[in-house]
Design a protein around this ligand. Structure first.
Ligand code: NAD
Length: 277
């Protein structure tokens, strides 16, 4: 069993981006990300803080808009429109979830697709599904990067994704397909989950249930990627995979923390830099 070190790989990516941003600066090009946070959700505030820190490390300018929970749909749409039209802004990120009175789909759709560094706009989702260039959702893009940089080939492999969410499961499946994997998507209505997952060469788990996947779901020698992240009662983090039970059976596995988690921000930064190229 080999651990896939997401912390190290994400650092490598950030260092590569730092060099790229310096080169761009020499050509007179700046990279600027606008981050919008509505309301005072503490977890969102931490995510936004981490994104700003990563920008600072790489040399990306970050513009921060911290709006009260009472912000109206019209006010938010008007800010997005202003940022869409601001040539100096390359990327726009609206931290989700939004307060309940604002429709997230409408807000995402309002972002100029060429500035949608989260890759959530329907145009970018469509581009991914028909094999055109566009921004890809950061967490699944990070998983592909982890596999590639760990020397794991995807082509021809039996890849199983557990979960079909718009931000992880579905784009994950599309990306594995783009890499020529043979892809199966499973979800809460899958009839016999174990019989499918136990045939996977590469198993990507994005269920949202702590330690759900035990050794009996996993084929001997499989690559297991755990997207899940949960805080346990003892304050420690764990994933959707029961790491202690599964690890021994795998050829490669991502830990939680230090696996997929750090890759999300690294790929967001990559999307920001690419928005300028
Ligand atoms: P989600 O709740 O939107 O989707 C969960 C999916 O799992 C659903 O499609 C559902 O059909 C499937 N599922 C639920 N129960 C199942 C079962 N018993 N058997 C099979 N499938 C089942 O969650 P999400 O947004 O895709 O996130 C999944 C996990 O990944 C969460 O733990 C989340 O915190 C984590 N996450 C981590 C990052 C990161 O940066 N590391 C980013 C996004 C999400």
């Amino acid at each position: 069993m080999q651990l896939i070190n997401g912390k190290e790989i994400s650092m490598q990516i950030k260092d590569e981006l730092k060099v790229k941003v310096e080169e761009l600066k020499k050509e007179g090009k700046e990279v600027t990300l606008a981050v919008i946070l509505v309301g005072d959700d503490p977890a969102s505030a931490v995510y936004v803080g981490n994104k700003k820190k990563a920008c600072e490390y790489i040399g990306i300018n970050s513009l921060s808009y911290e709006l009260p929970a009472s912000t109206t749909r019209e006010e938010l749409l008007s800010l997005i429109s202003k940022l869409n039209n601001d040539e100096k802004v390359n990327g726009i990120l609206v931290q989700l979830p939004l307060p309940k009175h604002i429709n997230e789909d409408e807000i995402i759709k309002a972002i100029d697709p060429s500035k949608d560094v989260d890759g959530f706009h329907p145009e970018n989702v469509g581009r991914l599904s028909i094999g055109q260039k566009g921004f890809v959702s950061c967490t699944p893009a990070g998983v592909i990067e982890l596999l590639k940089r760990s020397g794991i080939s995807i082509e021809g492999k039996n890849c199983v994704v557990i979960g079909r969410s718009n931000i992880v499961g579905k784009p994950m499946a599309m990306l594995l397909l783009r890499e020529n994997g043979t892809v199966t998507i499973t979800h809460s209505r899958t009839a016999d989950l174990k019989s499918v997952t136990s045939k996977a060469d590469i198993l990507v788990v994005a269920i949202g249930k702590p330690k759900f996947i035990t050794a009996d779901y996993v084929k001997e020698g499989a690559v297991v990627i755990d997207v899940g992240i949960h805080r346990m009662e003892n304050k420690k983090l764990c994933g959707d995979v029961d790491f202690d039970d599964v690890a021994e059976k795998t050829s490669f596995i991502t830990p939680v923390p230090g696996g997929v988690g750090p890759m999300t921000i690294a790929m967001l930064m990559k999307n920001c830099v690419e928005s300028v190229l």
